[in-house]
Design a protein around this ligand. Structure first.
Ligand code: DGY
Length: 318
């Protein structure tokens, strides 16, 4: 059987696979396989190992003659056409759980970096603009004891809430359903979406990308936030209307934004959001810790092999 891997994986992960399967893999580190090659190689593939950089749509499924399982090295699967997979009886696996803590760490790090203007500070030094200590030089927002509003209280939301508790923050959350663990153990308070936007000093978006969450943060929502508020997005770019966010930041309607995800990735270096000093931008690295990425890759391989061998996937997308 043939496995198509659209990114370059380390040899230690591939060796056991090579004994049993024919492997076709991207050759370049940190560069996805071209769409053209993906469309051609998928024709004979039995299994596909993919990630958030690929779009696995109807066109891909139409080309595939023997595909049994698609395994993404990610918890999110909004880049995969699930309907098309289902119609063809193709299983889809993903990697929840193993990236929770690393992504919560990064989310909190981004919150702190944005609130306290860390990257601006580094730019000032690099550009030789550090003239002296100044009473209000590079002053940011306090974090300890402030109010955090978490939109989407899943595994990662809960992880962020745990970190926020360590900073004695008041924790508000909004979610499709109430989360007892967050309420009982962390004292998190469930509030309506608008109330969260109005009260939080830090609004942290962690909702999945679906039809319902598309542009859930737009002009009306940024309007409701405090002028001193910081907006953090480590979920998915399409959840945010980037034009509305730009307006809100540029007019100081909100204070700053920390963004790890964008509508189009990679974001164009000339994108207007990147011209703003009050934007801290990262290249979608929420789960990018070495052990985490190894665990994600191992789990994705297990899903793939299980699917190919006719066994239940460890984590199948339903
Ligand atoms: C995911 O897993 O969905 C992340 O966005 C990629 O790490």
């Amino acid at each position: 059987m043939k496995i198509l891997i659209t990114c370059k994986l380390p040899d230690q992960l591939l060796l056991p696979l090579k004994e049993k399967y024919e492997i076709v893999m991207a050759e370049t580190e940190n560069e996805p396989m071209s769409r053209k090659r993906l469309l051609s190689e998928i024709e004979e593939a039995d299994g596909l190992f993919t990630n958030v950089a690929d779009t696995i749509d109807e066109e891909v499924f139409d080309r595939a003659k023997h595909l049994k399982v698609v395994s993404t090295m990610a918890v999110g699967y909004d880049n995969i056409d699930l309907e098309a997979a289902k119609e063809r009886g193709i299983l889809v696996g993903h990697t929840p759980g193993v990236l929770t803590e690393a992504t919560a760490d990064l989310t909190f790090a981004l919150l702190m970096a944005t609130g306290r203007r860390l990257l601006e500070g580094m730019d000032v030094i690099r550009e030789d603009q550090w003239k002296s200590w100044g009473p209000f030089f590079l002053t940011g927002q306090e974090i300890y004891g402030k109010t955090i509003g978490i939109i989407g209280m899943g595994r990662i939301g809960l992880g962020v809430a745990k970190r926020a508790k360590g900073f004695s923050m008041d924790i508000l959350y909004h979610n499709r359903s109430r989360k007892e663990e967050a309420e009982v153990e962390l004292g998190a308070r469930y509030v309506e979406f608008d109330e969260l936007l109005e009260q939080a000093d830090y609004v942290v978006l962690l909702a999945p990308s679906t039809k319902e969450t598309y542009h859930m943060m737009g002009a009306a929502q940024f309007n409701k936030m405090k002028e001193s508020a910081v907006f953090i997005n480590t979920s998915r770019g399409p959840n945010v209307d980037e034009d509305a966010l730009y307006e809100a930041l540029q007019s100081n309607q909100i204070w700053a934004a920390g963004l790890d995800v964008f509508q189009t990735e990679p974001i164009d270096a000339k994108h207007k959001l990147l011209t703003l000093k009050n934007v801290t931008a990262l290249p979608h690295i929420g789960s990018a810790a070495i052990e985490t990425r190894m665990n994600m890759a191992r789990l994705a391989i297990n899903n793939l092999v299980n699917g190919l061998e006719g066994n239940a996937l460890v984590h199948q997308v339903k």
